[in-house]
Design a protein around this ligand. Structure first.
Ligand SMILES: [Zn+2]
Length: 129
């Protein structure tokens, strides 16, 4: 599950790797892509937006834990807090994904070890959960 907020823009998605057809975070945001890095400390964030996105993450987590409803797997929700309009972007598993594809290493746990993760917790583990 991932959620993000910067300035007036928020986003949320779910990556359920228990499902064979589920894309992972890396399928959506491959490393090496030319993405402008923005930081909350520099760009600021509209404070209520973090609550909106965080509460939605909690709702998705509870749905997954209870096995109810339809998770946001394969859908990225984007919120423009200035207009309070949501957009949905659908995406699929990348068959050549370096993380969850046939040559990937997420299932063996190697990705998490490479990311410096441990069994206790890590942001990488959260992104992949
Ligand atoms: Zn992937």
């Amino acid at each position: 599950m991932s959620g993000a907020a910067i300035r007036f823009d928020g986003q949320i998605s779910v990556y359920d790797l228990r499902r064979d057809d589920s894309p992972c975070y890396h399928c959506l945001f491959p490393e090496g892509e030319d993405v402008e890095e923005v930081r909350c400390a520099v760009m600021g964030v509209f404070a209520p937006l973090t609550g909106i996105i965080g509460t939605m993450q909690a709702a998705e987590a509870l749905k997954l834990a209870a096995g109810i409803g339809e998770a946001l797997t394969g859908r990225l929700l984007l919120l423009d807090a200035l207009t309070m309009e949501w957009r949905t972007v659908r995406f699929k598993k990348d068959d050549d994904c370096a993380v969850c594809g046939p040559k990937g290493n997420v299932r063996s746990g190697e990705y998490l070890r490479q990311a410096g993760a441990d069994r206790e917790s890590s942001s990488a583990a959260c992104r992949l959960a």
